[in-house]
Design a protein around this ligand. Structure first.
Ligand code: FAD
Length: 457
């Protein structure tokens, strides 16, 4: 039985962060009728897409008292998904055709920033955001949430909310590799969070640890000026770069780890090879980090597993009053955030039901068992690579909206394939133009009301 509008519950909701997750949460919550305040510590919306040429004073990001720079975006960054995939469903990421816009299919970071800000404007979200206001505490008090925020002038304010939606981003707190002998090693270490431009690496020998898309981008960026770049990865995936042409100074060490480093500057790999290096660059990803959140131990973060969470979203014991948007890794970002946000908004109003706590726990335990049986390390608990489409479609089903479009799935897989074939050129060469056209036909069908890009769904 569906509820009538007057039966839907209106909640006071605090959203923490005004990146893509926070903005989509704000939009869906307000659309459902909730009262929303978005707290954002930066002076503009866009989260990680607000490029900041400044880097943190501690290049490894291990000093907890350092001044945080939120974004990890580097100057040359272009999206790793084509724009048809990247956008929200109700606001396709089509080029505006403005002279300043970057109309490429895999545009640079500024185009994404502009898109997110257009989205905020088109849906009137900016008025919900309190900029330069950092949440320093969010904790439960008598069944409600006390949220303490600090404004730019240092003044703190306490407010009470029914629910908190955590959207503070997951790409700011560096994870680093442990390297035996590092204290005596004379070289410089840094994390990719603090990488912006290749110039500081001119004529140096650089060892890069990791194999994510940033690692590969950065290695090619640096190889243009460095003497040598070595990519070391425990994964065999780095072999993909075997297809990179034109980088004679880029050396691959697939399925290899650094065994030890020494005071003469040498780096010894576990396959016996030795390199005299100047810099070790950790492209080893990020930690989930919620320094403001106090759940009396109900939600834990251990080895990058935030838990226990139902569908990587609600802690079963605090549902629906606490939720997280954007924790899953390896999904199709923005549309997943949109689906998760719609679900959270509908559950909070009572329009969408949740299973009992016991059933949620059984679902969580089933996931943990599956991960254990497949030998998946705990730190990949929120990786949804094995079920990304089904996972996203599950939200759509709960929300009563169409699932992921066929063209979106096909473009996703075509892009992954193209990446293997052309790791250095997948952003500029492809053979799936027909699929891009299908996406654009879809966008044209749903665009309306003269609001450029907006699809009212
Ligand atoms: P963010 O964008 O990080 O936003 C979080 C916001 O929360 C920030 O504005 C921050 O200031 C604010 N905040 C944090 N703590 C507080 C607090 N205590 N109080 C108030 N505000 C707070 N995704 C793609 O889809 N395509 C790509 O090509 C792609 N490339 C990427 C490349 C890099 C180098 C990185 C790091 C990420 C990339 N991503 C990409 C993933 C990217 O993280 C997502 O696109 C998206 O930005 C996640 O949105 P978010 O809202 O969760 O987090």
């Amino acid at each position: 039985m569906s509820l009538t509008i007057s039966e839907l519950k209106v909640r006071n909701v605090a959203v923490i962060g005004a990146g893509p997750c926070g903005l989509s949460a704000a939009k869906e919550l307000r659309r459902e009728g909730h009262k929303v305040v978005v707290f954002e510590r930066q002076s503009q919306a866009g989260g990680t897409w607000v490029y900041n040429p400044t880097v943190e004073a501690d290049p490894l990001g291990s000093d907890p008292s350092r001044t945080i720079v939120h974004s990890s975006v580097y100057a040359s960054l272009r999206t790793n998904l084509p724009r048809e995939l990247m956008g929200f469903r109700d606001y396709p990421f089509v080029s505006t055709g403005q002279p300043y816009s970057d109309s490429r299919r895999f545009p640079g970071h500024r185009e994404v920033f502009l898109y997110i800000n257009d989205y905020a404007t088109a849906f009137g979200l900016t008025e919900l955001v309190r900029f330069e206001t950092e949440v320093v505490y969010a904790g439960l008090v008598n069944g409600k949430w006390r949220v303490r925020s600090r404004m730019a002038n240092g003044v703190t304010v306490d407010e009470i909310f029914d629910a908190v939606v955590v959207c503070n981003g997951n790409d700011t707190e560096p994870r680093t590799a442990d390297i035996p002998g590092i204290d005596a090693w004379p070289g410089k270490q840094m994390h990719s969070h603090n990488y912006r431009i290749p110039d500081p690496f001119r004529d140096l020998v650089v060892i890069l640890i990791g194999v994510g898309s940033s690692a590969l981008d950065i290695s090619m960026d640096i190889a243009q000026v460095a003497k040598e770049v070595h990519i070391a990865s425990r994964s065999a995936k780095v072999g993909v770069l075997g297809n990179v042409s034109g980088y004679d100074n880029l050396k691959l060490h697939p399925m290899v780890e650094i065994e030890s480093v020494h005071k003469d500057g040498s780096v010894i790999f576990n396959d016996g090879s030795v390199v005299l290096a100047d810099v070790i660059l950790h492209c080893t990803g990020y930690k989930y980090h919620f320094p403001f959140l106090d759940t009396n131990g109900i939600v834990t973060v251990e080895d990058n597993c935030v838990g226990p969470l139902y569908k990587h979203t609600f802690p079963r014991a605090l549902a629906p009053w606490l939720s997280f948007v954007g924790l899953p890794l390896m999904g199709i970002g923005f549309i997943l955030y949109e689906f998760q946000s719609k679900w959270i908004a509908g559950v909070l109003s009572g329009r969408i039901g949740l299973p009992s706590e016991e059933e949620m726990m059984r679902d969580i335990e089933a996931l943990y068992l599956l991960l254990e049986a497949s030998g998946t390390p705990t730190r990949y608990t929120h990786g949804i690579g094995h079920c990304r489409m089904e996972y996203m479609d599950w939200f759509a089903g709960e929300c009563g909206i169409p699932g992921i479009e066929e063209w979106r799935k096909e473009i996703y897989y075509a892009t992954k394939k193209n990446y293997i074939v052309r790791p250095h050129a997948f952003r500029d060469e492809w053979d799936n133009e027909d699929l891009a056209l299908k996406a654009h036909e879809d966008f044209t069908k749903c665009r309306s009301n003269g609001v450029d890009r907006t699809c009212i769904s």
